[in-house]
Design a protein around this ligand. Sequence first.
Ligand code: AMP
Ligand code: GLY
Length: 426
Amino acid sequence: MKVLIVGSGGREHALAWKIAQSSRVKKIYCAPGNGGIAGIAECVDIPADDIRALADFAEKQKIDLTMVGPEVPLSLGIVDLFAEKGLTVFGPGKSASRLESSKVFSKTIMKKYGVPTADFWVFSDYLEALKFVREANRPLVIKADGLCAGKGVFVCSSLAAQEQAIQALLKDGVFGDAGRTIMIEEKLEGEEASIIVISDGEHIVDMASSQDHKRIFDADEGPNTGGMGAYSPAPVVTDELFEQIKREVIMPVIRGMRCEGTPYRGVLYAGIMMTSAGPKVLEFNVRFGDPETQAIIPRFNGDLVEVLLKTIDGKLDTVKVDWDNRACVCVVMSSSGYPGSYAGGKTINGLDALSSRKNVVVFHAGTRKNNRAIVTAGGRVLGVTGLGATIREAITTAYDAVEKISFEGMHFRKDIGRRALERIAL
Ligand code: AMP
Ligand code: GLY
């Protein structure tokens, strides 16, 4: 089989790494890929959001299966376009992708099908939104309706911060059309976890639980990022809670999407807050998480390609997946300045020495090949991933590997997985 992977991050490297292990796969292309993916796939210089060029490429190369990593091509309708051309593609169509691309749509579905989530109010008028927060006078979360690359959510304790967020979105239009409608949500308290499943529209297969670290600095300080590290499994998600989340969150959404005439086929990622009143949904994503995937995929035993094909065929009930009992920890190494602006082109040292190390995989994100060297080319640069019999061992393995890597301006959190250790100690 010839497989095309769309995207260029650590998530896509982890997917390519697993897909390359399938005996069915003869050749992998990745568009646009990165310096690490280039070691296992042929990188093609087509941006992930140029869905027409991707479809032309897939047709010309007679690609047997396309796996879409990021949300933007899904929200643009890559799956509908490929299907029109008779190409086999994994992921939800444009309409079902609104679970992520429109927060208002997602909340509407949750409300209609009784999924627990924060209370919310929708506004597109600046003055009405201001009046609401002034009267509410309590911590709230302000969100742009549309896709903003993870930057459209403002968790605001003070009224001043709430007014500022509303002004940025509804008056100054900093996110353009994506922020012309906003959602104001009750602020939830608790620990977060990511629950990811794959659905064929009817049946589901569970992925292992995981937890991400969104803030740039240790102890969850500083601005939100795409994710600075992850671990799997997440001890906060006991087997009982996992079942409860499937019963109260995942299955009602899968059923609801079927009732709406847009059956959900693809990865469904629920960002969950474990509140004192039970698990509540923060958001849905219609794709694998990044960096959660880097912590989940090394624990996945089996043929991912088979799972993807069975999803497309609506036969997930015939698939059983098996998980490595070991824990996995991924530490993201980023460029200084990220999530703000940063410089690229810095040579990365120490990668070769790690390639033979057992229990370590270095997934590349913002890297590119420069002759024989690998240089930085993004905010999040590498996801250094370690497996261990316990989460403590996985943390040690990952950080031992991190120590071997260096590049100018590198930054990483030193406390990835610490929350899991604290929870185990409880
Ligand atoms: P989202 O993209 O909606 O998941 O939001 C990004 C991050 O903002 C989440 O991972 C949470 O840390 C935080 N967040 C979002 N909604 C809420 C909420 N209602 N209460 C508290 N924190 C939230
Ligand atoms: N790690 C969060 C996300 O993928 O959305």
